[in-house]
Design a protein around this ligand. Sequence first.
Ligand code: SF4
Length: 378
Amino acid sequence: MNAALTAAASELAFYRSLDNARLTERIQAVRSHLGPRLLILGHHYQQDEVIALSDLRGDSYQLSQMAAASSACRTIVFCGVHFMAETADMLANRPEKLAERHGERVTVILPDMGAGCSMADMAALEQVEAAWADLGEVIDTDEITPVTYINSAASLKAFCGRHGGIVCTSSNAKGVLEWAFARRRRVFFFPDQHLGRNTALRMQISTDEMPVWDPYESDLGGNSAEALRGSRVVLWKGHCSVHQMFRPEHVHQLRAKHPGIKILVHPECPREVNDLADISGSTSKIITTVEQAPPGTKWAIGTELHLVNRLKHEHPEQEIHFLSPVVCMCATMYRIDLAHLCWSLENLATGQIVNQIVVDPETARWSLVALQRMLEVK
Ligand code: SF4
């Protein structure tokens, strides 16, 4: 361990020795001291103690956009995962924003560098570049649009920017695929096969036209050249470790036990679950669907546990069940606790920046091209 890491570990041990009430007091003190120059962003999947101390609550892209729109903010502390902090850094420090602030950068901090995303980690740039080269052996890559889910590293967003591709969120994935098909015959979709498949199925694309590219298969991602030539959407073999846990039998069990219950799931769930659900939608859609439902509605919700528990708490007028009998929570997001938040904030207050996330200018430039294309999709 190098000296900086050793010092950080011993400082963190001190913060871990404090209880939540004490940590909350100290965090509040830094918030009051820094005022609107500091924005703490809390992703919907965060634990309640962190959400209670967040200035803004939302999904990853919403949060980055809201923070970037603030003219007073100079530091973003992103209580989410690594790719979210990268997106915040790129949006808050894009050229027009830097010009408005006369060149002053917004600092983005991820309280725990271990807060990655297992889905984003399933598609490394080198793997995608190798796959692109292999695809080029059997089909013309000029007729493929690469589409990356926002839950991916900045380097993949930049790959899409450089190759005429685009970013999507779980809210706009269908519109993005329509945009892509208006320009080229095929799509290469990564890293989440389920969002890609569930969205393409809604567009009447059959599974025969959606081969799955396994980066660990040496030969054409485990596909025949013929299957790739017949493809409309090539799906990367990645998934979310949380949403992958929901199974069709959970749907059947809940329906048998609670007649009339509505099944509400995220499109990162496998196709078999998505097909059985009454409603499938992004985190924001799940929240607004529950908010707008009449009292007494029964729900079984298939998304991250902390969000479902919070919905249960905030909507006692409705009957909300978690779709799975086993705990499905985002273990990496859970790493951001009050001890890490307090540690990063007190360092910040003394002028020490810890765990800063900075995307290099070239990667940011091409990522922003792909993100800008997404914003043009209606
Ligand atoms: S819930 Fe899934 S996609 Fe979201 S951050 Fe966690 S592992 Fe990644």
